[in-house]
Design a protein around this ligand. Structure first.
Ligand SMILES: Nc1ncnc2c1ncn2[C@@H]1O[C@H](COP(=O)(O)OP(=O)(O)O)[C@@H](O)[C@H]1O
Ligand SMILES: [Mg+2]
Length: 358
């Protein structure tokens, strides 16, 4: 599967871009602040409907313009045409000429995994970062996951709003309670099921990076230990105090343990970086295993900072991408690392919101 055509209008510093891409490895070279990361951001946005920079859509509108347009042609077993327009007044997303009404149905159209410096937050950041990692991976692999998550978040918000009111309406509270228990249990179940498939991949990627001396374990630690309904009822007195729902999948953790110790607390800076990359490599490999074709890999700036082992840990993925006519987009300010010349390597120069072969 590959991105055959990308079209940008008023997206960040791109006023107008129409470009064809072949399968294979694409090196995007250019000085700082020319638009390399912006281009990866646009591709990721098409795949996941979010920015990997964690910002809202308004920030991606070119300064002084009303809205942006991002369009693509995806070629794989099937061909797809995607069009996305966003402005404060109007949002449009269409797949093959049809308006997309259910985001869950759209999610599998094409998959992308990004490697960027922000990934370190997977290890260092709050639990919400790791929950987002699980959520994205499950949304990319289970069509039912995203709609469930959306239902959960809606019911949770309503329930919290009620808890904040002084005189709460018990019957309505009870209906939201039933909904979060019902939907929450299914989310917990899907998160549980992911672990035995994900953790061997994470560990093996980590061993390649760290040289095989240490184990990395990924453990799902749900906030609900046994029975959501019982534990939620038990938390009622504390809920009255904090006026918010204190237990449920929105409080889950994903523990990352290097040599049996918490990576966030005890790992060195270098180990944390390796853990973060191992998680992303595992994400890409898991998607490949499940769908038979690799996702599009977006590698932002990180090759320069990696030592030989960490770079080499990428090689199986790059080979796989190459063999299966998928794509890798890799940005750099200078060519300090080349994964081999070979066929399918395209070099681009990115300058001031434009792209040209170099
Ligand atoms: N919404 C926007 N409208 C116009 N320009 C933007 C917008 N957001 C970012 N930029 C510009 O994009 C450039 C940074 O692009 P980026 O892709 O991050 O650079 P790099 O090539 O270093 O990865 C900066 O010049 C910045 O001012
Ligand atoms: Mg950049």
């Amino acid at each position: 599967m590959h991105l055959a055509h990308l079209r940008l209008r008023d997206f960040r510093n791109y006023r107008w871009l129409d470009v064809d891409f072949q399968p294979g490895l694409h090196l995007l070279m250019g000085n700082n602040a020319q638009g390399k990361t912006n281009l990866l951001e646009a591709v990721y946005l098409l795949a996941t409907l979010r920015s990997f920079r964690g910002v809202g859509n308004a920030q991606m509108v070119r300064h002084g313009e009303k809205g942006f347009f991002v369009g693509a042609r995806i070629v794989g077993q099937h061909e797809h045409d995607i069009k996305m327009y966003w402005s404060a007044q109007e949002r449009k997303l269409s797949l093959d000429g049809q308006a997309v009404s259910k985001v869950g149905d759209y999610y599998g159209t094409f998959r992308a995994v990004v490697f960027c410096t922000e990934d370190l937050q997977l290890v260092k950041g709050p639990g919400s970062r790791r929950r987002r990692f699980m959520d994205l991976l499950l949304a990319q692999t289970h069509p039912t996951y995203l709609p469930l998550l959306q239902r959960y978040v809606r019911a949770l918000r309503s329930r919290n709003a009620l808890l904040k009111q002084r005189s709460s309406d018990e019957a309505t509270l009870e209906s939201f309670t039933r909904e979060i228990i019902n939907v929450g249990q299914r989310l917990i179940c899907l998160r549980h099921e992911l672990m035995p498939r994900l953790s061997p991949l994470v560990n093996s990627a980590y061993r390649r990076i760290a040289g095989g001396h240490e184990e990395l374990r990924v453990e799902y630690d749900p906030a609900v230990k046994q029975d959501f309904a019982v534990e939620l009822a038990r938390s009622r007195p504390r809920e009255q105090l904090y006026r918010s729902t204190l237990i449920g999948p929105h409080r889950d953790e994903l523990r990352l343990m290097v040599a049996d110790q918490s990576a966030a607390q005890f790992a060195s800076e270098g180990q944390k970086r390796s853990v973060a990359i191992a998680m992303k490599i595992a994400q890409a490999e898991y998607l490949t295993e499940l769908h038979g074709t690799p996702p599009i890999l977006l590698v932002d700036d990180i090759m320069g900072e990696l030592d030989v082992n960490r770079r080499n840990a990428f090689l199986p993925l790059l080979h796989l991408a190459h063999q299966s006519r998928s794509q890798v987009f890799m940005t750099a300010t200078e060519e300090n690392w080349s994964p081999g010349q070979g066929a399918g390597l395209a070099r681009w120069e990115v300058r001031d919101g434009s792209l040209r072969p170099s």
